[in-house]
Write a protein that binds this ligand. Sequence first.
Ligand code: 8DG
Ligand code: MG
Length: 136
Amino acid sequence: MSHPIPLVGVGVVVIRDGLVLLGLRKGSHGSGTWALPGGHLEYGESLEQCAEREVLEETGLEIQNLSHGAFSNDLFEGKHYVTLIVVAHSQAGEPRVLEPEKCSRWQWFRWSELPEPLFQPLASVYKAGYVPSGVA
Ligand code: 8DG
Ligand code: MG
């Protein structure tokens, strides 16, 4: 049996009018928790490419002004992820639930009033006091 290794996840803080977009996860680990749009970093991908691809696949939104945010190292539900946060802005369009088996809905939140429970990687950086630049 090969031994498990940590995986790399990318979470995207999508900002519009100072608010941040979260999705309610369903169907896999973290079901019932609010998460940033995001997913696995694919082989050969830049963080920016991964962020643009995941947000487009999951919400239909295009993002601009990408920058690097916090990172976190989490062991949860038997999984080990290093999460790299990319901060970006969205100008227009309604977020759509394009992967209904994975996400129940999208909603905009003030960073100072994020809902509970949060998906573990987001909870880690939030509890540590991380505040992305550009949020209200
Ligand atoms: P993929 O396999 O299509 O790339 O990913 P996905 O279908 O979008 O799966 P996901 O569960 O949304 O994301 C894959 C993993 O990425 C998830 O199991 C854990 C990791 N991940 C983090 N941090 C974050 C985060 O903040 N948001 C999201 N959505 N995923 C994250 O480590
Ligand atoms: Mg995802």
